[in-house]
Structure formats: structure tokens, C-alpha cells
Design a protein. Structure first.
Ligand code: NAD
Ligand code: TYD
Length: 364
């Protein structure tokens, strides 16, 4: 890893709260920080364990890092629960991932997105502000979807005006603005990253890539919205985690960085690549048909953004951050991960982990 240990000494904290650390990116981030950055402090994973949170994604971390890793089942909609955890663990920095994160769910049930993404972020910022000078960094993890949708040309960057379309992206835009307001008004140490679509291990199989992998393996239909011509810029979660840590520990307070994968693909091409990889590892369908024959065009998503693409030259220029995965290497590795981890897949799909946590964390 290319971390500049000297530059990272600029901002120093020892009791980092990661909200949403049982989710996809948060769990990868906690593992990354412990294993790759040289961080010597404690991480408190504060997570409500919604359908998307699975503490078993961090079984290895809990076993390896002992008391430096603490799990607290808590809801960011509850200001008192946040304050209790802040006091108990002397929290001096937050990396904020906890959110309702799926656009399709936001179209069906927008209320939860406002409560968690807007009010929950406000509750965290308040708790951070109350700690005064003891609090050194609030990092808000956001999305490029706040910028709206692109045509065939151009890229989002740090100066692109906000124009969110879905209830999800509107809720993330709101939380970005509130986080910035806490910097501008109260001087809270805030940084923000807006990134493109992530993929990699431990992603809940409602999002495009893991859903398509598992359906292709199981011979189920692959539902492509509309013609499948919408474009996303695919960023490997490990590269995203490295970008977040870089910004958290090196960027000036009040700054924003865009993070992208430089891997734009049409949805239909993503699905075809996944079919080809599954076929390479598992062969064609039992009836001899190619996995691609499972592709089924379904009704388009309401308000479906056409294209997202990121100009990430600022983070590259300021800190030397670079992607280490291409779509070719990253997709192959991700398909392999889902094939090699059926127990994890089963645990998130069956709700078994929810029953498990009720007993494992009883009384915490
Ligand atoms: P995820 O849905 O996999 O995980 C969300 C986590 O937050 C879960 O563990 C869930 O239990 C927890 N959570 C939800 N509501 C909570 C609440 N009220 N209190 C405490 N915890 C709660 O999400 P993800 O894909 O890992 O995304 C993490 C963050 O990154 C989100 O803020 C999302 O907006 C942002 N982001 C994601 C992507 C992406 O491609 N996945 C891209 C850009 C930005
Ligand atoms: P998704 O993974 O939900 O991420 P986002 O909506 O945040 O970009 O979807 C990625 C793209 O794939 C998006 O254009 C919608 C499309 N999509 C499908 O075509 N079929 C599906 O079953 C899903 C979940 C998404």
C-alpha cells in the first residue's frame, strides 16, 4: 500500500467510530484500516443491523484485533444512543457510512431514507460538535448520485452543482449540505467524499453486481432495467476504502473529494461480463444454454439516471491516490469471492445472521 505515513500524522485520533460498519463498504473499511494503514487505535462499529448489516462479515477482524475492535448495536436515529457510545468510548473521530443505500427501496419507501440519512447524520454531527476540541474529524461518505445524471459527455467533479433525482440521492445531498454547514458554521472538522458505484466482497445481493452473480450461478433470470444502456463508473471497494482513509487523515477540514473507478460500463455489458465469468468457472447452464440467455429485460426504474462518471483528478493530484483494480481484475476476483463464500451468502439471504446476533449480542 502506498500510504504516506508522515502525511497521515497531520490528523491523529485513537477512538474512531465507524457507523454502518456491518454493511458492505463499512466492513471492508474496518478490515482495511486495521490491516493496511498502520492505525494503532480502536474502532467502534456503531450499526443498527438493518437487513443490510451483517456483523459476521467482521468475524475475522473481531478474532484478530480483540479489544481494538468493538461492536455497538445502535441506531443513528437515536441521539441518546450516539451520545452514550461517544462518552463510553471517548470518540474523537467518525467515519460515517450508516445509511439506507438502495435506490429501488428509496422509490418504494422513501421515509426511512429521510430518517436515517438526513436526521441520523444530523444527530451524529450534533454529538460530534458537543465534544468540542476533543473531536478531530468527521468524515462523511457520500455518493456521486447527488450530482444528478450525465449525458454522453462530461464528468462529475468537486465543483459540479447538486441535482439529485431519487429519494436516496436527495437524502444523501441533504446530509452532505448539513455536514458542510457544521464545518462552515461551527468549525467542525468535516471532510466529504462522493464516490461512484462500488463493487467487491460482502456486498448485499440487492445491488446489480452481486445480484447478477448469484442469479447467474443459480440459473435465475437476470433482470436488466430497460435496454441496459445506463452507464455506471465501477470502483472496487478496496480502492474506495484507501481513498476514504487518505482523505480522512490528510485532507484539510471543509474539503470534498470525488472518487471514481475510471471504469465506465453500460449495465448490459456488466451483466454480460459477469455471465462470461460465471460460465468460465461453472460452465454453461445444465441444459447447455449460455448463462447470458438468462438476461431478461424488465420495466425501467422510475427516474433512472442515465450516466454517472467521475473526474477524480483532485484526489490523484493532492495525495497520489490511484485505483489498484481494473474492471477486468476486480470483476473476476469478485465473482470468485461469491463462489468461494456460500456460507456468507446464505447467512445474509436466510436471515440466519439476524437470529444469530440476537443471541450473540444479547444484553449489549
Ligand atoms: P449497506 O446498505 O451495505 O450498509 C449500510 C449499513 O448501515 C448497514 O450495516 C446497516 O445496518 C447500517 N444502518 C442502516 N441504517 C442505520 C441506522 N439508522 N443506524 C445505524 N446503522 C444503520 O451500504 P453500503 O453500500 O456499504 O454504503 C455505505 C455508505 O456509502 C452509504 O452512506 C452510501 O450512501 C455510501 N455509498 C455507497 C455506494 C455503493 O456503491 N454501495 C456508492 C457511493 C456511496
Ligand atoms: P444499483 O446496483 O442498484 O446501483 P445504483 O442504482 O446506485 O447505481 O444499480 C446499478 C445499475 O444497474 C443501475 O443503472 C440500475 C441497474 N440495475 C438493473 O438493471 N437491474 C437490477 O436488478 C439492479 C439491482 C440494478
Amino acid at each position: 500500500m502506498w500510504y504516506n505515513q508522515e502525511a497521515m500524522k497531520k490528523i491523529s485520533f485513537g477512538n474512531l467510530m465507524v457507523t454502518g460498519g456491518a454493511g458492505f463498504i463499512g466492513s471492508n473499511f474496518i478490515r482495511h484500516v486495521f490491516e493496511k494503514t498502520g492505525y494503532a487505535g480502536r474502532i467502534v462499529n456503531f450499526d443498527a443491523l438493518t437487513y443490510a448489516g451483517n456483523p459476521r462479515s467482521l468475524d475475522d477482524v473481531a478474532a484478530k484485533f480483540g479489544e481494538r475492535y468493538v461492536f455497538v448495536r445502535g441506531d443513528i436515529r437515536d441521539p441518546e444512543a450516539i451520545r452514550r457510545a461517544f462518552d463510553e468510548y471517548s470518540i474523537d473521530a467518525v467515519c460515517h457510512f450508516a445509511a439506507e443505500s438502495h435506490v429501488d427501496r428509496s422509490i418504494v419507501s422513501p421515509g426511512a431514507f429521510i430518517e436515517t440519512n438526513v436526521n441520523g447524520t444530523f444527530n451524529l454531527l450534533q454529538a460530534a460538535r458537543e465534544r468540542g476540541d476533543a473531536f478531530v474529524r468527521f468524515h462523511h461518505v457520500s455518493t456521486d448520485e447527488v450530482f444528478g445524471s450525465l449525458g454522453a459527455e462530461g464528468f462529475f467533479s468537486e465543483t459540479t452543482p447538486y441535482q439529485p433525482h431519487s429519494p436516496y440521492s436527495a437524502s444523501k445531498a441533504s446530509s452532505d449540505h448539513i455536514a458542510r454547514a457544521y464545518h462552515d458554521t461551527y468549525g467542525l472538522n468535516v471532510t466529504i467524499t462522493n464516490c461512484s458505484n462500488n463493487y467487491g466482497p460482502y456486498q448485499f445481493p440487492e445491488k446489480l453486481i452481486p445480484l447478477m452473480i448469484l442469479n447467474a450461478v443459480e440459473g435465475k433470470p437476470l433482470p436488466v432495467y430497460g435496454e441496459g444502456l445506463n452507464i455506471r463508473d465501477w470502483l472496487h471497494v478496496e480502492d474506495h476504502c484507501a481513498a476514504i482513509w487518505t482523505v480522512m487523515t490528510q485532507a484539510e477540514s471543509g474539503t470534498t473529494y470525488c472518487v471514481g473507478g475510471r471504469s465506465e460500463l453500460r449495465n448490459i455489458d456488466v451483466v454480460k461480463r459477469i455471465c462470461a465469468l460465471v460460465e468460465r468457472f461453472r460452465g454453461p447452464l445444465p441444459n447447455g444454454a449460455p448463462r447470458e440467455s438468462l438476461i431478461t429485460h424488465v420495466a425501467d426504474r422510475l427516474g433512472h439516471d442515465k450516466r454517472y462518471a467521475i473526474d477524480c483528478s483532485k484526489i490523484e493530484r493532492d495525495f497520489g491516490w490511484r485505483q489498484t483494480h481494473t474492471a477486468d481484475s476486480g470483476f473476476e476476483e469478485t465473482v470468485r469471492w461469491y463462489l468461494d463464500n456460500p456460507a456468507w451468502v446464505e447467512s445474509v439471504r436466510s436471515g440466519e445472521y439476524l437470529r444469530w446476533i440476537e443471541t450473540y449480542y444479547a444484553g449489549r
